[in-house]
Design a protein around this ligand. Sequence first.
Ligand code: ADP
Ligand code: ZN
Length: 437
Amino acid sequence: MQFQYWNERIEKMPRAELEVLQLDRLRAEIGFALRTPFYRERLAAAGIAGPGDIHSLDDLRKIPFTGKSDLRQGFPYGFLSIPRHDVVRLHASSGTTGIPTTIYFSRDDIKNWTDNMARCIYGAGCTKDDVFQNMISYGLFTGGLGLHQGGEEIGMMVIPSGSGNTARQFKLMQDFGTTVVHATPSFLLHVETKMKEAGVARESLSLKKAFAGAEPYSEDTRRRIEGLLDIDVYNSYGLSEMNGPSVAFECQCKDGMHIWEDGYIAEIINPDTLEPAADGEVGELVLTILCREATPILRYRTRDLTGFYTEPCPCGRTHRRLRRIRGRSDDMLIINGVNVFPSQIEEVIMGMKEVGNNYLIVVEKDGAMDRLTVKTEIGEDIFMDDSRPLNALKERIMQTLQVSISIRPHVELHEGGALPVSEGKAIRVQDLRPKDI
Ligand code: ADP
Ligand code: ZN
């Protein structure tokens, strides 16, 4: 495979050199942090009065973790480290798990973010000949402008189509010969269903690639999207607290996401003991940003569960690769005492070709017990009025899920297109149990 690099020197920098760069940038970031009311207090309590108190990367561990609740408490300006008049932009998280948090950018911060984003897109094999349709929401959400800026930086023609409205998306793709799209994985699955409905022929499109991120999805879902749309799908990871997309992205090998270690220090910890996880082990990702001056955030507990690949990538980049994000530690459902990750359920049902492109997990109280129902759409080869194959499919889903999650769920089958589709991040879990128990 012919690999291409946006910034070859940095992307292939020997690890020892990369670590020297990280230490340098960590010190600078601590300098910025000490200008914020929040970190002035936190760092002083940890015995860090200035950048000079950081002698090696190991000293990072002296710094206490920062959590989402800290960011919320610091709202609106508790984490701002430069004068307000030097801020050129603000973004906010989508607020999936509560009140959104705000992040500020200086002009240089936007430049760094754009450069990291360009590295991701170029590294996935795109060039200025590509036409890039950004089918994700713009606005405060970082996914829209993030990929948009990166695409422009490379010189692709960017179509800021935003999310939703599949009919208009198809029209744009046909009129302008879109070759690359960016969307949530759930929207990409929905696009394929809509394409069939609207009678849009695959041959009328020039699509080659998609970037999919913003929510967890399994390898089976990737393969399904790739098969249905006949494209390559690249995993894209980021969070607004760390700029948004561009934190980690798959290269042309499509096997784990390179995290840009000149811009971030990544740690994996055991979320219970808070100790570092063993090499390659899955745990909670903790990130320190090194490429932003306006909002320094140190040792941020992302709640995202992942691990590092231990082997180097064939592409030659030295920046380590993250495994597919399994979900957030707070996504975990406890059903009749058994721990279940929604991603385990997704993996099973998206791996079955008779199952359609959408599903929903519902947890309710049934007397004293919890009741888990998995609702899925059926594939187009199965008909709602033929009960024999339907019952057989239902039974097979129940049994396979039982093996994977140790609970026998109820299964409901629905016609294609019958389950709700969200325009932003998909809502896959409805936990209807009373909260105060
Ligand atoms: P919110 O935290 O409100 O959802 P963000 O829009 O910043 O706000 O979302 C970031 C989160 O989205 C990440 O912490 C992660 O949980 C999820 N996420 C983003 N990209 C991916 C991906 N490629 N795979 C799995 N989860 C992802
Ligand atoms: Zn690679």
